[in-house]
Design a binder for this molecule. Structure first.
Ligand SMILES: [Zn+2]
Length: 601
């Protein structure tokens, strides 16, 4: 446990039983944001008032502001190369006031994605301050996560200056955004006004406050109908668009959105996208429905199925695993290029392969739980959200294309690139801070982390796994759990001390490789000597092939590696003559299968 984390436990902001401590706190803010977007002009103008509450026991002498779009500035530190179309002047702050006092600001010097603002009067514990900021920026022609989709379709993400997270174990979040790691945001209350020309439709996070002011009655009626029914309604079709009479015919319309206790807002605009919607009951106890929407170009065949797919996705996530009613009022699939989650709206690319498109949408929508419902610090602990999302994605795929094919796809896409690429960085411990990873990032955040969650499920069995997961989620949703909270919460939720297991999966440079060293005939069967060369506590099957050609598979859960034993004996009982025995790790794969089989002489 790093020293800063140990201090948090000592201060009782976090507890060893996996619950937030009696001194737990997190800061919060109210954001009132107004932006104007006038495509094809790519300049977005914004003003905001932020009321920031310091719930910490500390006196803050400065604020750290996040200006994520400075990633587009020439010379910004980026995870990977980019193209000239990516480059913009970044976030241009026109004015910034703290409690009415204008602060000096030089855009030429404010290069990074973190910018300090000194406070003339320190912000005391349990006090608040007000920021008023005006800014503008240029939507990039090409980007990883937000920007121009086409001349009149923009995806507007990371678009406003926000106060960075100040937390109990690390203070100000000073990690630079490098276009790889994603969210770590406070839970805030937002009002967002988006002003656009007539016949532009706006989609966004939250609930649209004024549909009757911006939509023509016919389309308003269709939108409202979608909120109460299961069937997909085409709110806006190409024929509707051709009439150029979609919105109120003012030169400009302002669409107002609200969302509370949420980690970010995103919005998107277009004058030629289709708009589909339906809804689904996500909470059986209260009969609460969530709205499911899609916005896309008519040529994108996959998106015509988007709402139908999303209804299944939200249904599964709400009722099966994790089995938490979808925690937001809405989800929109927006056709872009990023394959990126944002709260309540995903930015997904069009895919000619319909199966891949559904798979991708499942993944991005499943992110609702991690990092958004659970306030994961993804920049430092990416495996806490990508790993779970990759796992939920697998469960969803099993319901969509069958377990056999889904497991095969998962092994090929998520695990094989790691297990067949054993460079030094591939086997770095999962606990390695995400911000310190380059080569090993994808393997740690997605595949290896997901395997650890699948191994946990196999170890505990489905019912106890779900109980432990729900204990963790119940304790930490709307807060900022860190890996040690996860370990502790699963221990408490399962009623078991699994420290040996978490130590194995998170704190070693283990991988997956079993060796069937020896097989001896025994009373009533065979005794197998198995060496765990890779070291990970994985489940596996012992597959017996009999002399008569039939086979039998005997499952072993990770409990066989309890307390990190590496050499074990497994006894299998059979009266039949065995021709060969193979250790099959399934989707956990095996770095060297040449030593997995024993053949009778
Ligand atoms: Zn993801």
């Amino acid at each position: 446990m790093p020293r800063d984390v140990a201090k948090a436990y000592k201060n009782q902001t976090r507890q060893k039983n996996g619950l937030p401590g009696k001194n737990y706190w997190q800061n919060t803010a109210r954001y009132n944001i107004a932006i104007t977007v006038l495509p094809p002009n790519r300049t977005v103008n914004g003003t905001e008032q932020i009321t920031y509450f310091n719930n910490s026991p500390d006196t803050l002498k400065k604020l750290n502001m996040k200006l994520i779009l400075n990633i587009h500035r020439a010379g910004a530190t980026r995870f990977r190369n980019t193209t000239p179309d990516y480059i913009t002047p970044g976030m241009q702050v026109d004015s910034i006031f703290v409690n009415g006092e204008r602060k000096p600001w030089d855009n030429d010097k404010a290069l990074g994605t973190n910018q300090d603002v000194e406070l003339s009067t320190p912000l005391l514990p349990h006090d608040s301050l007000t920021l008023n900021i005006t800014w503008h920026y240029e939507v990039s022609l090409k980007s990883e996560r937000e920007g121009m989709i086409d001349a009149t379709t923009f995806y507007i993400g990371y678009f406003y200056p926000r106060v960075a997270v100040y937390d109990d174990y690390n203070g100000w979040d000073k990690l630079e955004f490098n276009d790889r790691q994603e969210f770590y945001n406070d839970f805030n209350d937002y009002t967002l006004s988006v002003t656009v020309p007539k016949n532009y439709i706006v989609w966004g996070t939250g609930i649209l406050q004024n549909p009757e002011q911006v939509l023509q009655p016919e389309y308003l009626k269709r939108l409202q109908a979608s909120m109460t029914g299961d069937s997909v309604i085409n709110i806006i079709t190409p024929a509707d668009l051709a009439k150029k009479h979609i919105t109120t015919q003012n030169n400009l319309n302002t669409w107002v959105w609200k969302a509370n206790h949420i980690t970010d807002m995103v919005t998107a605009v277009s004058n030629h996208y289709n708009w589909d919607a339906a809804s689904i009951v996500v909470d059986d106890a209260t009969h609460r429905r969530a709205s499911v929407q899609a916005a896309y170009d008519d040529t994108a065949l996959d998106f015509h199925s988007s709402v139908k797919w999303a209804r299944h996705t939200l249904d599964y996530l709400s009722h099966s695993l994790p089995g938490v009613p979808y925690p937001f009022p809405k989800m929109t699939a927006f056709q872009g290029f990023a394959d990126m989650e944002f709260p309540m709206m995903v930015n997904d690319s069009h895919d000619e392969d319909i199966a891949d498109a559904e798979n991708l949408q499942d993944h991005e929508m499943a992110h609702t739980y991690f990092p958004f419902y659970m306030g994961i610090n993804e920049t430092r602990y990416g495996y806490m959200d990508e790993g779970w999302t990759t796992t939920f994605e697998l469960f969803l795929r099993e319901t969509e294309i069958g377990k056999q094919q889904a497991d095969k796809d998962y092994a090929r896409v998520r695990i094989k690139p790691w297990i067949t690429d054993p460079s030094d960085s591939e086997d770095l411990p999962l606990i390695t801070p995400t911000s310190e990873l380059v080569g090993g990032y994808a393997h740690n955040a997605y595949g290896k982390a997901s395997l650890s969650y699948l191994a946990l499920k196999d170890l505990l069995g489905d019912a106890l796994f779900k109980k432990a997961l729900l204990f963790y989620m119940d304790a930490w949703h709307g807060k900022h759990p860190i890996p040690w909270d996860y370990f502790n919460a699963i221990n408490t939720g399962s009623g078991k001390n699994l420290n040996w297991f978490f130590n194995n999966w998170f704190f070693t440079n283990d991988y997956t490789d079993l060796d069937l060293e020896n097989v001896v005939r025994d009373n009533g069967g065979y005794r197998l000597s198995i060496k765990n060369i890779g070291g990970y506590a994985i489940p596996f099957d012992v597959v017996l092939t009999f002399a008569d050609g039939t086979t039998q598979s005997i499952h072993q859960t990770p409990i066989v590696w309890q307390y990190n034993q590496k050499d074990i004996t497994v006894a299998v009982k059979t009266a039949k003559a065995v021709k060969s025995i193979t250790l099959d790790n399934g989707m956990f794969m095996d770095a060297d299968i040449s030593n997995n089989t024993w053949t009778s002489k």
